[in-house]
Design a binder for this molecule. Sequence first.
Ligand code: GLN
Length: 232
Amino acid sequence: LAASAKKPHYNITTDVTYPPFEFQKQNGSYTGIDVEIIRAIAKKENFSMTLKPISFNSGAQMVLSGQMDGIIAGMSITPERKQVYDFGTPYYKTGVVWAVAKKAKITKLSQLRGKTVALKTGTASADYAKSIQNKYGFKISYFNDSNTMYNDVAVGNSAAAFEDLPVMKYAIKNGLQLKIPNQKVANAGWYGFAVKKGKNQALLKAFDRGFAALKKDGSYDKIIKKYLGESQ
Ligand code: GLN
């Protein structure tokens, strides 16, 4: 009726596979921390949404071109991105680590000299790896999604991959045949929901209000516990 006709509708993009933040269930539907957070906020804030899983780099670009209203994709809040996006309340701690095949004898970045490193296009971890590429002398191979990137390391094409700690840890815990030689994170920071800078401000405000409510009523902790068995 009148009320529902006025309910705003948003197109929100997420990554195609970034567990535990977003991933496909057996039945094809999407779940994960990001998915549950944004759906719970939509419900609390009374907006409808279409969630569109798109490779991270493309989804992030589509927010800037106006084809998508917002993005929740384990997206790191960085100074560069703050020039072109507005971020909501930071919702999860992150940082960059590197991983190698479980059987590899690599323990130091200096051992990557002359070898190929797998990176995911358009990510904060790719930017970090590029910033140390000259120092350590590795080559780079780019991938559009995390699974393909991990597999390239697992099968031995690439010697290492750079990825966010919570995502890498989760994948390894769930059977991925990689290991993290050094748990120290680079570029520690936070994940944030984003809209194009200056656009979709009603959506951004709804996110922050809704997120505060999820923190307050325990839903946020429940979601985190469900996927990670811990609260932060
Ligand atoms: N956190 C990383 C970034 O923002 C990677 C995000 C992702 O791959 N979904 O660049």
